[in-house]
Design a protein around this ligand. Structure first.
Ligand SMILES: Nc1ncnc2c1ncn2[C@@H]1O[C@H](COP(=O)(O)OP(=O)(O)OP(=O)(O)O)[C@@H](O)[C@H]1O
Ligand SMILES: [Mg+2]
Length: 605
């Protein structure tokens, strides 16, 4: 395994440390200062207690009398009292203020801030990233570790800082005993530093290399706990097979992490033996000075304490630095997600449509392929005039949903252009363009909120009770909402307590109500009624024809009963529009459409 050079490691760490500290500072500068300041002051606690102990011992020895209890000199009482005052004071700062109070504030505020920034970024991330496995992996890794790795990175920085201050103070106190003492002790801790750095790298790269497996593990966890999957597994009796695969992945990841850990533990013994031997020899070398009276007993106690403190904190620094180094590699994932660049870029001074009316949409020789994929749309041209009702029909995988995604500009065309009111879609201000669109995707969302919220989320900027009811009536959702125990205030889904579950068709009606509520001049529906019964569907489309009389409607459907009412029907086959016209025109053409229509109609006879 390649180990990065020490300067490179330090540079990398310093860069992330700067970013994290800046983030903490922006989050709450007072808490950040409080946290690090108390850590720094607390680090001086052992020195303060050791010093008072030295004075106590030296004074006891100087004032030694046969009957010590009869006349305890004033000075000893003062030193003794001072020692406990110091202990109390430092305890208060180190444990009370730093370890409990600021630690709590700092950690939880930081976690909240990290989460907020993360989900804010995801909310504005290009849709293309969510359909890309590489980015999915990165997001999954960052999400899994962001609540503890980055905060712990900063906590270990605080521990490192404390160790460093304690180390430095011991170093200075030991100098008068012989400058070589702190230097030699420091040198003996270096092997540990190297091992820790190496171990950290190994762990991280395993996480990195095991990432696809880690994601698979999560997928299995999801699968093995989802009601629909469990139902299916029960009947197909596939649970044992799936559980066995689950265990295989677990074992694989465990072993990846276990081997380097074993090695690390084995080699770690040697530096530890070295350190203990060196400490003993140094303490031992000072004994003659004590016996000959050059060194007071108090000073010798201080020496031994400070040797321990120097070594302990050098090691502590190394360990905490190592922890920081390890967390640092995960902090990378976090900032990598936060730094994902925009794929769909808006131009400077984008076009903003002021008139809120149905737009004209034009595809001009559009070609499109998904990143790293084959050509999915090939030379597509069509015009949708304001107010037209358009239906897209075609086999699975023909490219219908892809056309919708391009109208939403989730992706940019590979070749050709899309014009909205004569302007290239790349020049539009997207937030303005989306105001014109009401869209319902094939995989629409079931919000486990109230029925009302499920509708108003179509346009969170308005609150219009009349409109909510109207949208619900038109979509056919009103009938079942009315019967819910709490009506429009009923929480839906099983996610929360007292939630009422709906049927798929009912969820779909609610989603259509959401689209109705937005009252956008362009409504795009990708198979909106696949789960809705024939009668209700007839109603919905009747309402659509009435409500959307002057508005544009683009509809993807496999049902000819729905499609036949469109002004224009586009037959999409293998990424191309092969036939176009009204229902009657296409029947007369006697091509693919006519064939499909007759096939479906035959089924109903
Ligand atoms: N995110 C994606 N990345 C790569 N390829 C994709 C992606 N989404 C769709 N495809 C591919 O693009 C082609 C067209 O898919 P699309 O979803 O547009 O079909 P569709 O006509 O809507 O089909 P259906 O009727 O099943 O909804 C398919 O071959 C599919 O495999
Ligand atoms: Mg589709």
């Amino acid at each position: 395994m390649k180990v990065k050079s020490v300067p490179a490691v330090l540079k990398h760490l310093a860069s992330n440390l700067r970013k994290m500290l800046f983030l903490a500072w922006q989050m709450d500068n007072r808490v950040t200062i409080g946290y690090y300041l108390t850590a720094g002051v607390g680090a001086l606690a052992p020195l303060a207690t050791s010093l008072t102990l030295k004075y106590l011992i030296d004074n006891l020895l100087v004032h030694q009398t046969p009957s010590i209890t009869n006349s305890i000199p004033f000075i000893i009482v003062i030193v003794l009292a001072a020692r406990y005052l110091v202990v109390m004071g430092t305890d208060l700062v180190q444990w009370g203020l730093n370890g409990v109070y600021f630690d709590y504030l700092f950690r939880y505020k930081l976690q909240n801030e990290l989460n907020r920034r993360f989900y804010q970024k995801l909310a504005h991330l290009d849709i293309a990233y969510f359909e890309d496995p590489g980015t999915q992996n990165l997001i999954a890794k960052a999400k899994d570790t962001l609540t503890w790795r980055p905060p712990d990175f900063l906590r270990h920085f605080s521990y490192s800082l404390g160790s460093f201050i304690a180390y430095l103070s011991a170093f200075i106190v030991l100098m008068p005993f012989g400058w070589w003492i702190p230097v030699v002790i420091t040198l003996t801790t270096l092997p540990r530093l190297f091992l820790r750095a190496r171990y950290g790298t190994v762990q991280w790269s395993i996480y990195g290399s095991g990432a696809p497996q880690v994601r698979k593990l999560w997928y299995f966890m999801w699968l093995l706990s989802t009601d629909t999957a469990i139902r299916e597994m029960r009947i197909f009796q596939s649970q044992d097979t799936l559980l066995a695969r689950f265990k295989n992945i677990q074992d694989y990841i465990f072993n990846l992490n276990k081997k380097p850990l074993d090695n690390y533990l084995r080699i770690l013994t040697f530096p530890e033996i070295l350190e203990v031997v060196v400490l003993f020899v140094i303490a031992f070398s000072q004994l003659p000075a004590v016996l000959s009276g050059i060194l007071t007993i108090g000073s010798f106690t201080l020496l031994v304490n400070m040797i321990d403190q120097l070594n302990g904190n050098a090691v502590g620094f190394v360990i905490n630095f190592g922890e920081m180094y390890e967390h640092n590699l995960y902090v990378d994932h976090y900032f990598e997600v936060l730094g994902l660049p925009k794929i769909i870029k808006e131009v400077k001074n984008p076009v903003v449509f002021k008139k809120f009316s149905p737009p004209k949409i034009e595809f001009k020789n559009v070609y499109f392929c998904y990143p790293k994929g084959p050509m999915v749309l090939k030379d597509i041209s069509f015009v949708i005039n304001p107010g037209e009702k358009i239906a897209l029909i075609g086999s699975n995988g023909a490219g219908k949903s892809t056309i919708i995604k391009l109208i939403c500009r989730f992706y940019d065309v590979t070749k050709g252009e899309i014009l909205i009111n004569g302007k290239n879609i790349k020049r539009l201000k997207l937030s303005n363009w989306y105001k014109f669109m009401g869209t319902l995707f094939q995989d629409f969302v079931q919000y486990h909120f109230t029925a009302r919220e499920n509708i108003t989320l179509g346009d969170p900027t308005k609150k219009d009770e009349g409109l909510i009811k109207e949208a619900a009536i038109k979509s056919g959702a009103y009938e079942f909402i009315e019967k819910l125990p709490k009506g429009f205030d009923q929480v839906l889904g099983r996610e929360f307590e007292k939630g009422e579950e709906l049927s798929i068709g009912q969820w779909q009606k609610l989603a259509i109500a959401r689209a109705f509520y937005e009252e956008a001049p362009l409504l795009v529906l990708d198979e909106p009624t696949s789960a809705i019964d024939a009668e209700a569907e007839y109603e919905i489309f009747n309402n659509l024809q009435k409500t959307y009389k002057d508005k544009t409607l683009i509809l993807v459907s496999h049902r000819f009963s729905t499609v036949r009412n469109a002004n224009k029907i586009f037959v999409v086959e293998d990424g191309q529009v092969t036939e176009r016209g009204s229902h009657q025109e296409l029947l007369n053409l006697n091509g693919k459409y006519a064939r499909m229509f007759k096939l479906q109609a035959k089924g109903y006879r």
